[in-house]
Write a new protein. Structure first.
Length: 52
């Protein structure tokens, strides 16, 4: 399974959890990524796009 597919499955699972629990998990992660710019996000983005 490609990295892109794994991250897509992860986002879909988080979306499902986000619908069940009334706390916006994806929104919180998005704000964290925008404010902190963590290295894991940059690495994940590079991993996804290096195969193109």
């Amino acid at each position: 399974m490609s990295t892109r597919t794994q991250y897509l499955i992860g986002v879909v699972l988080l979306s499902l959890v986000d619908m069940v629990i009334p706390f916006p998990i994806l929104g919180t992660i998005l704000v964290y990524v925008m404010l902190r710019k963590p290295p894991w996000f940059r690495n994940a983005t590079e991993e996804i796009y290096k195969n193109r």
